[in-house]
Design a protein. Structure first.
Length: 495
C-alpha cells in the first residue's frame, strides 16, 4: 500500500496515511476543503488532524470537531481517544451543531434575552405551540406549518424575512399556495413571540440563535473565536445555509477550518442541506485549499468503475475519480426484480450457491445488509420460507427476540397498509407459530385500530393471535401481535 507514516504522539503506534490524506492532515494555515469520496477514510482524516493540531500547539479545548449525529460524535471521540489518549481527548469540543449551539446559548444567550435555564422544545412540543398559535386542532396542517417555518429558519429567515421574501415574489414553500404561505409567515411571528414568552427554543433555534448572536455581538464573537481556534466539520455536504453561516462566524476571516465532504453524497436536500455551501467556500475564502481523497479502501475496482460511471452524470463542482488497490474483484451484476420481496428472495437464494462454491458453513458467515427496515423484514420472510434455522436469519435490532430465536419483523407505521400486509402475509404462520410483529404508532385510536385490523386480516384471523399495547410516552405506543407461546418474551425499546 502506498503511504507515509504519521505519528500522533510517541506513545501511539504509527498510523499509515496515503499522500492525499497526509496532505489534508498537515494543511493547518488556512481554509481547507477535503473532498472525501466514499470509503476514502474521512473520519480518519479528522481524528489525525486533531492529533496534528495538538502537535502544533493547539490546546484540546481549542479544537472543535462538528458532525451531525450524537452517535457519529461519540464514535469520533472514541477514535480520537485511541489516537491521542484519554487525557488529551477529554477537553476536545467534539459535538453536533445542535450541541455546540446549546453550549453557546447557555453561556451567552442572555445577550439575546434568554435565561440560562431556557427550555428546548421537541417536535411534539412545537406542534402543540403551533396549533395553539394557529387556533387549530388539525395535526396535518400544523405539521405543514412546522416544516415551512423550519425551512425558513434553516435559510436564516425570521418571520419578517419570510414575509418580505413572499411579497417579493420568491419561490413558494413546497406544496403551499401564496395565501397559505402568507398565513404561515404570520403564524411564524406569533410562534416566535410565544417562544420568547416561554423562554424556550426549538431545535432549529439551536443553530439560528448562536449565528444571530455571533453576527450581532462582536465581543461574544471574538470570545468564541479565541475559545475555538480551529474548526473541523464532518459531512459538510449536508450542511444547510444557517449552519454554514455559523461555521463561518466561528472560523473568522482567517478561515482556520477543515470541511470534509463530498458533493456526490449529498442526499439531504429535502431537509435544507445545500451543495451551494460547497460553491460558497471558494467565493468566501479565495485561499481555500481543495484536496481530493480518491483512494477507496472499501470496494473492489469493478464496483468503483460502476460507481464512477453513475456519478459521472452528476453536476460537478469538483472532479474526482475513485480507485482501489483491492483488485478488480467480481464483475458487477444487474438484477432486475419485481418488488422488495422478490429482491429479498433473490438475495437469500444466493447464499446456498456461495456456500457450495466456497465451502462455507452457514452459521455466522453469511450476512444480508439492507438500507431500510422494510427490506430487512422481507429478507427475514425469505429466510423463513427457505427453512434456514433461526440463528441463520438476518440480524435484527431486537436483541431479546433474537435470543429467543424468534423471527421478527419491524415495520414502519408510515408504510401503506397493503405493503405491511404483503410483508406479513409471506410468513408461514402455521409452521412458524411464534411470529412477532411489532410497530410503534401514534396514540390515535383510528390509526391504531386500522393497523391492528389490517394485521388481523392478513393472518386470517388466526385464533391464536394475541394483541398487545404498550405505552411508550404521552404520544406513542407499541402495538404488537404475536401467536400464543411468545408471552415470555420481554419487549425492549430500540434506537
Amino acid at each position: 500500500m502506498r503511504g507515509t507514516v504519521l505519528k500522533a504522539n510517541p506513545g501511539q503506534a504509527p498510523a499509515t496515511l496515503n499522500a492525499a490524506q497526509l496532505d489534508a492532515v498537515h494543511h493547518l494555515r488556512g481554509p481547507c476543503l477535503v473532498l472525501a469520496g466514499a470509503g476514502s477514510g474521512k473520519t480518519r482524516i479528522i481524528v489525525h488532524k486533531i492529533a496534528r493540531l495538538l502537535e502544533a500547539g493547539y490546546a484540546p479545548a481549542q479544537i472543535a470537531a462538528i458532525t451531525f449525529t450524537n452517535k457519529a460524535a461519540a464514535e469520533m471521540r472514541e477514535r480520537a481517544k485511541s489516537l491521542v489518549g484519554a487525557r488529551a481527548a477529554a477537553p476536545l469540543a467534539i459535538s453536533t451543531f445542535h450541541s455546540l449551539g446549546v453550549r453557546m446559548l447557555r453561556g451567552d444567550g442572555e445577550r439575546l434575552g434568554l435565561k440560562k435555564n431556557f427550555s428546548i422544545l421537541d417536535s411534539d412540543d412545537v406542534l402543540g405551540v403551533l396549533k395553539d398559535a394557529g387556533g387549530t386542532t388539525d395535526n396535518a396542517l400544523a405539521r405543514r406549518w412546522q416544516w415551512t417555518i423550519g425551512a425558513w429558519k434553516n435559510r436564516g429567515l425570521d418571520a419578517s424575512g419570510a414575509a418580505a421574501e413572499l411579497v417579493s415574489g420568491a419561490a413558494l414553500p413546497t406544496g403551499m399556495s401564496a395565501a397559505d404561505a402568507l398565513v404561515a409567515a404570520r403564524l411564524m411571528q406569533r410562534y416566535e413571540e410565544r417562544l420568547s414568552a416561554y423562554q424556550a427554543v426549538d431545535f432549529d433555534d439551536l443553530i439560528v440563535l448562536p449565528a444571530k448572536l455571533l453576527a450581532r455581538d462582536a465581543e461574544v464573537r471574538d470570545a468564541w473565536r479565541a475559545r475555538l481556534r480551529y474548526v473541523l466539520v464532518d459531512e459538510y455536504q449536508d450542511t444547510n445555509g444557517i449552519q454554514y453561516e455559523l461555521m463561518k462566524l466561528i472560523a473568522g476571516e482567517a478561515g482556520l477550518f477543515t470541511a470534509v465532504g463530498d458533493d456526490d453524497q449529498s442526499i439531504y436536500g429535502w431537509r435544507g442541506a445545500t451543495v451551494d455551501n460547497l460553491k460558497r467556500l471558494p467565493a468566501d475564502y479565495p485561499a481555500l485549499r481543495v484536496i481530493a481523497l480518491e483512494q477507496n479502501y472499501r470496494s473492489t475496482g469493478s464496483i468503483l468503475a460502476a460507481a464512477n460511471a453513475v456519478i459521472a452524470h452528476n453536476p460537478k463542482l469538483y472532479e474526482k475519480k475513485l480507485w482501489s488497490e483491492l483488485g478488480s474483484g467480481e464483475p458487477v451484476r444487474i438484477v432486475e426484480c419485481d418488488n422488495e420481496v422478490h429482491e429479498a428472495d433473490r438475495a437469500v437464494g444466493q447464499i446456498p450457491q456461495h456456500r457450495r462454491k466456497r465451502f462455507l458453513q452457514m452459521k455466522n458467515q453469511s450476512v444480508v445488509v439492507g438500507r431500510v427496515n422494510v427490506f430487512n423484514g422481507c429478507v427475514g420472510t425469505c429466510f423463513s420460507a427457505a427453512q434456514f434455522t433461526a440463528k441463520e436469519r438476518i440480524e435484527r435490532p431486537l436483541d431479546v427476540a433474537r435470543s429467543q430465536e424468534l423471527p421478527v419483523v419491524e415495520v414502519d407505521p408510515m408504510m401503506q397498509m397493503e405493503n405491511i400486509g404483503l410483508l406479513i402475509g409471506h410468513f408461514p404462520t402455521v409452521s412458524q407459530p411464534r411470529l412477532e410483529v411489532e410497530v410503534v404508532v401514534p396514540s390515535d385510536q383510528r390509526i391504531e385500530e386500522q393497523f391492528v385490523d389490517s394485521l388481523r386480516l392478513r393472518i386470517h384471523a388466526d385464533p391464536r393471535v394475541k394483541i398487545r399495547r404498550t405505552a411508550l410516552n404521552d404520544h406513542h405506543q407499541r402495538v404488537g401481535i404475536g401467536f400464543a407461546g411468545t408471552a415470555g418474551v420481554q419487549e425492549q425499546e430500540t434506537e
